[in-house]
Design a protein around this ligand. Sequence first.
Ligand code: ZN
Length: 524
Amino acid sequence: MSVRNLDEASGRRQRAGRTGTALLLALLTLATGCAVNPVTGQRELSLLSTANEISIGQSQYGPLQQMGGGQYRVDPGVAEYVAAVGDRVAAVSDRDLPYEFVVVNDGTPNAWALPGGKIGIHRGLLVELENEAELAAVLGHEVVHAAAKHGASQIQREMLFGLAGLGVALAVDDAKHAWAIVGATNLGLHLAGKKFGRDQERISDYHGMKYMHRAGYDTSAAVTLQEKFVALSEGRQSGWLQGLFASHPPSPQRVASNREALAAFPSGGEVGQARYRAHIATLLEDQDVYDLADEAREHIEGNPAHALRLVDQAIGRQPRESLFHGVRGDILASQGRHGDALRSYDAAIERNPDYFAHYLGRGLSHDALGEPRLAQSDLTRSNRLLPTPFASYKLGGYALADGKRAEAKRLFKAASQGSGEVGTAARDAYVRLDIEDEPWRYLQAEPFFEDGQVVVEVSNTSNYRLADIVVRVHVEINGESYYRRLTLQQLASGYYDVLASDIHYRDEDDFTADTVVLKAGPGW
Ligand SMILES: [Zn+2]
């Protein structure tokens, strides 16, 4: 056997940093240069237009809500109330944006603002607030992040940083990677998980109080609220601390400087304690019901019977919460009771038809019951709300069964971003198809002239074992063409083999040769 290991260090393909230059040019044509910040009045670099900011925020708005549990729907009055307080603060802000406020069905105490003015507050933060002035403080702070372009400046910095590190960062991957910074769904997660800078927090605290004051609220609520958060974060376990204003961490220093800043505003103003508690009464009553459901979720694997009892208790107390029915569906599905699970998912979807996980769960149960059309429809719906590796992988399988090869590849590729078993299975499925479609991306074949015979060196440059390899060699000797199809049963990753073509030449002949990889398949 002439099979040999490839020299790993040869580094056959090196990608150049041309992508980065293209991005730089695109940015410069797009650039609006310097602009005055509408909140601080300072001149600063401004590469994103307001329309850019709004469209980036808009594209992340849905996915960010989905990742938190969708919108809170049990008591629509809560969302209306929060939006009304938000509108009141936004109306007096320094920048006209299409502000929007949404209550996310997430138990962790957090709030976020996207570029362009889309703002979310978690159910878990609402129950920690005492009054409407505190709510106005939180929303005012978020409004400033959007108005003062804090999210936009972070994106800008990453774009510039990306350009600075051109050879390193951008050469690693293709153009998609560079544009992913502004384009992909990952951005929402990225922005939400990211802490704003200390300066941006100070600016948001200060101008947030200014907006509160303009809207008629008692500005001291902004400071007492933060004092409370600092105290709470000291007493709680680390998980809670991480959730607590993850993107705007409270600190004693921040409280001290805000207390100083408070002196600039006249005292007094609306507090709205009774009003606040009346409006979020349902949330306050249901607090421990959500704890029951959380506990049920933790027991799904270890003690499903107990999990089911807990979630049934939760449903008994708050039958309108879709998440509880979804958890019930998950418990039943985990026990293989897919028929019963379907009924729970139906109940969940009836209560909130806009949350991906309900469709994902129902789709997987339909899949398990051998109902591909229903499964496909639910998984498609789930993916439209929030693309997940699981749904994409399953949908890829369905597309392939329907003979939609390109669609299947697209879905498997998307799913291969996932971690764990699904990601591995999806990468596998993608490569299986891709090897057959474009075998030359996995193999190299080069002709050599050896002792009067043309031979072909076939190298497996991929990470996969390849099989059923067919290479065509074309040789011209003194103006006459000769063709051979050479085959190879198997070739392991990182190995090469030399195939004899049986085409002979004499040294005095005039000869050339070229090869084409015709075919290869998965060898595993
Ligand atoms: Zn903040």
